[in-house]
Design a protein around this ligand. Structure first.
Ligand code: MN
Length: 129
């Protein structure tokens, strides 16, 4: 069932609009933040069903933001998809090790992203490791 609230953390205006348009077309509701810091505030206030997290952000990056989400009981089990243009091997390793629920490469595949989102929402909250 669509209609879930999804938080988009993305500093690039075009990438943010694309994600918003794709999600709205599927019936999801969205919240948007241009920085990880603002995203963390929104996540605590609104408890979205899922977060799309850009990795390269001004200030705190997406990996640090994931750790912050996981460290707080209220947001620890929200599924988080990393969205990254990074082709750096070192950072790809960090992204995988950080514990994201899925990774979507930029430029995003609309069908691929929607299917990852749906699968995570249908799975329900992550089980404690
Ligand atoms: Mn970015």
């Amino acid at each position: 069932m669509a209609g879930e609230l999804i938080l988009i953390v993305e500093d690039d205006v075009n990438s943010r609009k694309l994600a918003r348009d794709v999600l709205h077309a599927k019936g999801y509701q969205t919240l948007e933040a241009e920085t990880a810091e603002h995203g963390l505030v929104l996540a605590v206030e609104r408890i979205p069903a899922l977060v799309l997290m850009d990795i390269q952000l001004p200030g705190m990056n997406g990996i640090e933001a994931l750790k912050a989400l996981r460290s707080r009981p209220a947001t620890a089990s929200i599924p988080v998809i990393a969205v990254t243009a990074s082709v750096m091997t070192k950072q790809q390793g960090e992204i995988i090790d950080a514990g994201f629920d899925a990774v979507e490469r930029k430029p995003i595949s609309v069908a691929g992203l929607l299917s990852k989102i749906r699968a995570l929402l249908d799975r329900g909250p992550a089980q404690p490791a």
